[in-house]
Ligand binder design. Structure first.
Ligand code: NAP
Ligand code: GDD
Length: 348
């Protein structure tokens, strides 16, 4: 029997890698997409003809019930979210509606339509926030530091609650930061790799960043989606930390990224107060012992390989023959500016 999986957030970074992975496992993949005035299928364009894309929104319970009823998936991967921490400070209510309550809407729709559907919730290391122990594991107390982190704590606990209350096979993957050439341009790693490529091409001379001291446990998104799938193949649902176990600062990321094209980061990086956050998460590093021992999962990509892969890909994007470099750079810069709170306040 062909297995059917529904992915919410299929147009996002993780959604695209997970869709590729599940197609490779022989799944029929259904992707939930929300209505938008422009097409947002860039990341899945190469596999679009092998996917069934259906309209739905985490803000609209009826759409969730109807699409579950019509397509009857065996597994649901809830990757959709307002996922950018900085935006969660300026749009805390939207973030709560989508990233927190959206999980309940989807779990409850599963309960109504077919409680035997297996469920994956995209939880986050951002829940550890102001960390109370190092490294962080499944039992580390949570101390979120942003409306996004708070919303993810809700999503995590409602997943546990529906597991315990209604016997739903609902698992929570506590994933540490994972990146790729498909990462959104507003996140620091892609902002750096894209900035390096633009500077190397002579399109600009500076890259404006916030807190260079923040430390993250950065892995490759392509490695992490396999852990999501493995969680739903277990007899019992559970919570799993997924991480590399290494931590690096934003400054180290800059050093490696600029070094890849023979540049010195300190000649180009400018500290800009606008990119600091009202409350910061200083240090994240995960202990993925449980994922190693129960799921047999291990990351395959090193930090250096990840940085090099992202820079190489962006150097290529900037050189794309079908897009003028200025056009690519302009698009990237516009995108980033619209996400700043100041720009939002000014109604830009
Ligand atoms: P992403 O690239 O920002 O993708 C988010 C996805 O959610 C997009 O497909 C977006 O659709 C969709 N979405 C947003 N609001 C929606 C709504 N109201 N209804 C339906 N879909 C909606 O995020 P990602 O990096 O792939 O991350 C995937 C998930 O893992 C997220 O839940 C994120 O919070 C979580 N997570 C990520 C990381 C990480 O390091 N990447 C770590 C831990 C947890 P549009 O394309 O239409 O905007
Ligand atoms: N975005 C951004 N832009 N971050 C910057 C900048 C900048 O110019 N300068 C420094 N930083 C710092 C941030 O302050 C933060 O400490 C760190 O770089 C990482 O920021 P992001 O890349 O935006 O990611 P995040 O860690 O806040 O959140 C990501 O990881 C979470 C898992 O821990 C997102 O993918 C979340 O969705 C995910 O849950």
């Amino acid at each position: 029997m062909t297995r059917r999986a529904l992915i919410t957030g299929i147009t996002g970074q993780d959604g695209s890698y997970l869709a590729e992975f599940l197609l490779g496992q022989g799944y029929e993949v259904i992707g939930m997409v929300r209505r938008s005035s422009t097409v947002t299928f860039e990341r899945i364009a190469h596999i679009q003809d092998r996917l069934t894309l259906v309209a739905g929104d985490l803000l609209d319970e009826i759409s969730l019930i109807e699409l579950l009823d019509r397509h009857r998936p065996h597994e649901v991967y809830n990757l959709a979210a307002q996922s950018f921490v900085q935006t969660s400070f300026s749009q805390p209510v939207l973030t709560g509606e989508t990233t927190a309550l959206g999980v309940t809407r989807l779990l409850h729709a599963i309960r109504i339509v077919d409680p035997s559907i297996r469920f994956y919730q995209a939880s986050s290391s951002e829940m550890f926030g102001k960390v109370v122990e190092v490294p962080q594991s499944e039992t580390t107390p949570l101390y979120p530091r942003s409306p996004y982190g708070v919303a993810k704590v809700y999503g995590h606990w409602i997943t546990v609650n529906y597991r315990e209350s209604y016997d739903i096979h609902a698992s929570s993957g506590i994933l540490f930061n994972h990146e790729s050439p498909r990462r959104g341009l507003e996140f620091v790693t892609r902002k750096i790799s894209n900035g390096v490529a633009r500077i190397a091409a002579g399109l600009t001379d500076e890259l404006r960043l916030g807190n260079l001291d923040a430390q993250r446990d950065w892995g490759f998104a392509g490695d992490y989606v396999e852990a999501m799938w493995l969680m739903l193949q277990q007899d019992e649902p559970g919570n799993y930390v997924v991480s590399t176990g290494e931590t690096h600062s934003v400054r180290e990321f800059c050093e490696l990224a600029f070094g890849r094209v023979g540049l010195d980061w300190s000649d180009h990086v400018v500290i800009d107060e606008r990119f600091f956050r009202p409350a910061e998460v200083d240090l994240l590093v995960g202990d993925a012992t449980r994922a190693h021992s129960v799921l047999g999962w291990k990351p395959a990509t090193s930090f250096t390989d990840l940085v090099h892969r992202m820079v190489d890909a962006d150097v290529e994007v900037v050189r794309r023959p079908d897009l003028e470099p200025e056009e690519a750079a302009h698009l990237a810069a516009c995108h980033e500016d619209t996400l700043l709170p100041q720009a939002e306040e000014a109604g830009k």
